[in-house]
Design a protein around this ligand. Structure first.
Ligand SMILES: Cc1ncc(COP(=O)(O)O)c(C=O)c1O
Ligand SMILES: N[C@@H](CCCC[NH3+])C(=O)O
Length: 437
């Protein structure tokens, strides 16, 4: 079994995370329960920052908050001195409520509304990552209205196809995101933004996809960007002060995954940027990255309670847990794979192969297929590892399931940071039909 961060087996043969017994957590807070290893998140954040510092370049590491957004997470990210990437007014609202410094917030999205942009501009956040010409027009209108030159990055698609799941690819030409570099939209957007009295063009952004194991894609994207920077320098005298290469650094969910250490992605990126900047005789731009998954993914573990079983002779054994696609849609959506263990009997020998089913009314609601476990019994606590990114964040109330609670654990202490939803929460916004009497 592979242990992430502070996870280990304690002397009761239970899974322990952050010095806290997960079986005690399950008893106290119920299941399904998301448990986050705070020390591991801090360690990842520091690794990214320290690598940039060692490379001697100006940098910002912005946590891509879509991976897991909550007040506590934003407070933690702020404690670690990271910046924050938000993609909606809702994420921005949560960040501001968490007291996140406005100047370190970057606003992304391919369809930001007038109201969302106005919200960001009134708050004077650090920068808006502009995705399309419609947004440029909205920003110019808002800049006039609020007499503020809006700091922007332009998101471009460099035409790089990273090797990952089709649904999470973003840097290829046929993408809903950004200005395309190949067909000239990128040039047009840069020329416009650079000359606009309403926009302060800080630089360029690109993001080539998610759960990427090779550094080649990032290096290729950097080269493509620098080819363009060379022409923008000659034709417009525009040289970006900031180069944001997005996120996408892969993590280990199962033994099939072979990620590089976070520092290696950063080092190779920086080396390429330094050499390209030197060739063009320009200053090394400030380098920004936006890791989401690689900051929180392996820091999250979900605890479930085992309920029913179904044995199909010569076919399969289904073991059902008290959550499923409503708290983790990734297996159903991307055929994502995870590892799991019985948190209450960690060292028990593996005796059977079972498939873990969720409890939603959907055949596709399966969390894991054919995993080796000790003989699983009702009331066992199943721990699914590496669920910290795009798990809780993509949870839903399908089948009127309640969103789970979330606890942060660190140095032997547990802190409830998101309460489990209640039935009242489910109907909070409902008004029902008007009475006919
Ligand atoms: C623009 C942008 N930045 C950052 C991220 C974070 O990606 P990851 O969680 O893979 O690091 C994403 C998601 O893929 C994204 O779309
Ligand atoms: N939600 C995706 C990643 C999305 C990346 C967002 N740009 C996942 O779980 O892998």
């Amino acid at each position: 079994m592979f242990f992430h961060g502070t996870s280990k087996v304690n002397n009761q043969n239970h899974l322990e995370i952050g010095g806290v017994d997960t079986i005690e957590l399950a008893k106290k807070y119920g299941t399904p329960l998301y448990v986050y290893d705070v020390a591991l998140i801090r360690q990842r954040a520091r690794q990214f920052k320290e690598t940039f510092a060692e490379e001697g370049v100006e940098a910002q590491v912005a946590y891509a908050s879509k991976a897991f957004s909550s007040l506590a997470m934003f407070q933690l990210v702020n404690e670690e001195g990271l910046s924050l990437d938000v993609v909606s007014a809702g994420e921005l609202y949560t960040a501001l409520l968490a007291g996140f410094p406005k100047e370190r917030i970057h606003f992304h999205g391919n369809n930001k509304s007038y109201e969302e942009l106005e919200y960001a501009i009134k708050e004077k956040i650090g920068c808006i990552v502009v995705d399309n010409f419609h947004e440029i027009a909205l920003l110019e209108e808002l800049s006039k209205k609020h007499s503020w030159k809006v700091p922007v990055l332009l998101r471009v698609t460099p035409g790089i196809e990273a090797h990952t799941h089709d649904y999470i690819l973003t840097g290829q030409e046929d993408s809903k995101f950004g200005f395309d570099l190949k067909n000239g939209q990128g040039d047009k957007a840069v020329a416009h933004a650079f000359h606009s009295p309403y926009l302060d063009l800080l630089g360029i952004h690109c993001h080539i996809g998610s759960q990427i194991f090779e550094v080649t894609g990032f290096v290729m994207a950097t080269r493509k960007l620098f080819e363009k920077i060379a022409s923008w320098k000659d034709e417009l005298s525009f040289v970006p002060r900031v180069l944001n290469l997005g996120g996408g650094f892969g993590i280990r969910y199962t033994s099939e995954d072979t990620p590089l250490p976070p520092s290696q992605y950063v080092r190779e990126m920086v080396t390429e940027i330094k050499s390209q900047a030197e060739k063009l005789t320009i200053e090394i731009p400030e380098i920004w990255i936006e890791p989401g998954r690689s900051l929180v993914g392996d820091a999250g573990t979900t605890l479930y309670t085992v309920g029913s079983r179904k044995h199909i002779p010569n076919v399969r054994d289904y073991v059902a847990v008290d959550g499923g696609m409503s708290d983790n849609i990734r297996p159903a959506l991307y055929e994502a794979k995870y590892e799991a263990a019985l948190a209450n009997r960690m060292n028990a020998p593996h005796e059977e192969k079972v498939s873990i089913a969720g409890k939603c009314c959907e055949s596709g609601d399966m969390l894991l297929w054919d995993i080796e476990l000790p003989k699983v019994e009702s009331s066992d606590i199943l721990a699914v590892f590496c669920t910290g990114a795009y798990g809780y964040a993509m949870a839903s109330n399908y089948n009127r399931m309640l969103k789970p609670a979330v606890v942060f654990v660190e140095n032997g202490e547990a802190q409830l940071v998101i309460k489990r939803e209640t039935f009242e929460d489910l109907v909070r916004n409902e008004v029902g039909l008007k009475s006919k009497v």
